[in-house]
Design a protein around this ligand. Structure first.
Ligand SMILES: [Zn+2]
Length: 415
């Protein structure tokens, strides 16, 4: 099973927007692209929202059938590990093996020594085609990389072995993720991580490193764009080399866990993948939930009322809701509107404040981030929330489609 060159992960917390998301992808494909949709949902999201892995499978199959889509599509068990993978086996065909928590765990001296010895031929100045300067590989560097990443890649191979046994070889896509950590992996680390995965027989098709900079939820990238551009391009070249050198699947590509809406790095990634004729997998998640709230606000009536109620709840429960996301949000409380203010807003004012169009004078990234983490509030509302998703499906679906197509796909794939 192959993922295909270009793909996008369209997370959907409440599993109502599959068709709208697929419409956006089909629209891009009509313009000559070949983007595969992947419905990704992490174990954590399932728990917060109270959904089951089968709900995501059902959403994807239903959307595909309803729109007569005949391309490839996948259902991603996002950020799973050996303890959480079992319930995804039957319904998923894409598995994101999250090994971040194993980074830095100790491996035996023999394993570390064996790895360092196996890299003998790369010692000294290592030329990677396309890289401006050679990588400097020393025994100390290899030792360090092994200490950091051998246990993590070992864990990946254990999850992979389990999946291979349960689903059969070649019947699923394997991604390895290390993005949920503080320090970014450098291109040279990436190179040797890929060697470890190849040595352990993990046919990784997508790899999600931690990139430099902040990937706050639902808002734009914060960091040094030039540095990101260098790093991203070097990673692409390293992957290309690793495929040929270590015999990894030729489909291997970067997976960018964007936390949604990193618009300022889209043109950088677009330029690099176009220049080197490479693929990319981009994961979004909360952006669709935010469009649901925008759609409710735009719909007016009960919809706007509910959108205001969501904000009121979120505002009053900031500490609790933001706690689990402390590392990936950055809210300036003094810039949040009061509940009274928001309760006086029109549909337009609410939508313009939340919609991710920074040029729009009403746009407020603090408001947006707070709503982003407030999906728990909507989950608690249960059918009070989902009933309105059905009632205003047309308005909300149009918002979801426009967002994925206009703000994401067009920028990322230069449409
Ligand atoms: Zn991630």
């Amino acid at each position: 099973m192959k993922l295909g060159k270009q793909s996008i992960g369209v997370g959907d917390r409440f599993t109502h927007q599959g068709a709208a998301q697929l419409r956006a992808i089909m629209k891009a494909n009509e313009k000559g692209l070949d983007i595969s949709p992947v419905w990704n949902k992490s174990n954590r999201e399932h728990i917060y929202v109270g959904t089951e892995p089968a709900d995501t499978r059902n959403e994807a199959d239903t959307a595909v059938k309803a729109l007569n889509y005949n391309g490839n599509y996948f259902v991603d068990a996002d950020h799973i590990n050996l303890t959480t993978v079992a319930k995804y086996v039957e319904v998923s065909d894409f598995f994101t093996l999250d090994v971040a928590s194993f980074i830095g765990k100790e491996s035996s001296r023999e394993e570390v020594d064996a790895f360092v010895a196996s890299c003998e031929k790369y010692m000294g100045e290592m030329q990677i085609p396309g890289l401006e300067s050679p990588l400097k590989v020393t025994a100390a560097l290899l030792q360090d990389v092994a200490d950091k990443f051998l246990a993590a890649t070992q864990h990946a191979s254990e999850i992979y072995a389990y999946l291979k046994k349960e689903k059969g070889e070649g019947n699923f896509i394997t991604e390895v993720s290390m993005d949920e950590v503080e320090s970014p992996q450098t291109p040279v680390e990436m190179l040797f991580i890929l060697k470890m995965l190849a040595d352990k027989g993990v046919p990784v098709q997508t790899i999600a490193p931690k990139f430099t900079g902040r990937f706050n939820k639902g808002v734009d990238y914060v960091g040094d764009l030039d540095q990101f551009a260098i790093e991203f391009e070097e990673d692409v070249l390293v992957l290309d080399f690793a495929v040929k050198e270590f015999g990894l699947p030729e489909e291997l590509k970067l997976s960018v866990h964007s936390g949604s809406d990193k618009f300022s790095i889209y043109p950088i990634m677009a330029d690099v993948i176009l220049r080197y004729d490479k693929g990319l997998h981009l994961k979004t998640a909360g952006t669709t939930w935010l469009e649901e709230v925008i759609g409710l606000a735009v719909a007016g009536g009960e919809g706007l009322e509910l959108a205001k109620k969501i904000y009121e709840n979120a505002y009053n429960r900031q500490e609790e809701l933001c706690g689990p996301y402390a590392d990936v949000i950055n809210i300036d409380g003094s810039k949040l509107p009061t509940v009274e203010e928001v309760n006086g807003w029109s549909s337009e004012k609410y939508a313009n404040t939340l919609r991710h169009i920074p040029e729009q004078p009403d746009y407020n990234a603090n408001f947006r981030q707070l709503i982003h983490v407030a999906y728990k509030v909507a989950a608690e509302m249960g059918s009070d929330y989902t009933r309105l998703l059905v009632k205003y499906a047309d308005v909300i679906g149009a918002c979801v489609e426009e967002n994925i197509y206009e703000r994401h796909l067009r920028r990322l794939f230069t449409i």
